[in-house]
Design a protein around this ligand. Structure first.
Ligand code: FUB
Length: 302
């Protein structure tokens, strides 16, 4: 078994990916904002044994970023690896920061700034430009879903990720806030032709942080909240949220990777990355996840 937490140290907002025969996790370095100046990455052949790759993206590589590097979303396209991140925790349009993109030739980096400026550096529809997630639809369209401060937007990326392009209805920033409970941490995947939208609710510094979801027929919704599937267990850990999902290639095995706060920890930065199985019922609804100390069995990809 992997055991939980699976990564040593304080790591939050884990983005899980599969590149070739290897699992990857790209987390936020969970420290005070002024110390969030690099991203580490972790790779594994089987979900149990993890290797650390230190500082795959450093703030020195991003001229416009000064602190608060958050919430990676990493994808492969045409042999390059694109690392979307948030920086600076901006509070208004006068501040420099928001969502940026870095690029590398390998999943372990080193990543370098791709644009020299934020991809999204201002507020739209009330959404703070943080917590981006990149989603590729079956037709090859690349979307980015993002947003903090209780608002979420979907945008369409240009094929070279250099900028946005309008959605089919002509809008550049389409609000898709799925429920009044929505806070941040958007994620999307497709299963059996339907679009699953998942997000975090509650406060990440509080015990009640949680993950809820909706299902729709299109990536732009409309979405209707179905329910909470991940939350604290006072016997195991608190503040379970900001997750990502792995569908192990060639299998029906799904996993949820998330952060949580070990019992007895009081600092809001003390967040640790954990993994559990994620299952569906016959209707495709996501079953509530039980958070554990055991984690998951090995699932080698080779
Ligand atoms: O780690 C910084 C912030 O905390 C993320 O952007 C939020 O989703 C929350 O997890």
């Amino acid at each position: 078994m992997s055991g939980n937490p699976i990564l040593p140290g304080w790591y939050a907002d884990p983005e899980a990916a599969v590149f070739d025969d290897t699992y990857w996790i790209y987390p936020t370095t969970s420290r005070p904002y002024a110390e969030q100046v690099f991203f580490d990455a972790f790779s594994s052949p089987d979900l149990v044994n993890w290797t650390k790759h230190s500082a795959v993206l450093k703030i020195e590589a991003i001229s416009w970023a000064k602190e608060a590097l958050w919430a990676p979303s990493v994808v492969e396209k045409d042999g390059k690896y694109y690392f979307f991140f948030s920086a600076n925790d901006i509070k208004n349009d006068d501040e420099v920061g928001g969502i940026g993109v870095a690029v590398a030739d390998k999943p372990e980096g080193p990543f370098r700034d791709y644009l020299g400026k934020p991809l999204i550096g201002t507020f739209h529809n009330g959404a703070q430009p943080i917590d981006q997630f990149v989603f590729k639809d079956d037709d090859g369209t690349w979307y980015l879903i993002y947003g903090g401060w209780k608002h979420a937007n979907i945008v369409r990326l240009k094929d070279d990720f250099s900028a946005l392009q309008p959605l089919p209805d002509g809008t550049l920033y389409k609000e898709i806030t799925p429920a009044p409970e929505y806070v941040e941490g958007s994620l999307m995947f497709k299963r059996d032709g339907r679009y699953y939208y998942m997000w975090s609710e509650g406060g990440w510094g509080e015990p009640d942080y949680a993950v809820a979801y909706a299902i729709a027929d299109t990536p732009t919704g409309p979405f209707k909240r179905i329910g909470t599937i991940l939350q604290q267990d006072p016997a195991i850990a608190t503040s379970a949220g900001h997750h990502s999902v792995i569908h192990a290639p060639g299998s029906e095995d799904w996993y949820i990777v998330y952060h949580r706060r070990p019992l007895g920890e009081t600092s809001r930065h003390h967040r640790a990355t954990a993994i559990e199985r994620m299952s569906f019922d016959a209707q495709g609804h996501i079953l509530p996840v039980k958070i554990t100390h055991e984690g998951v069995k090995a699932h080698p990809l080779k």
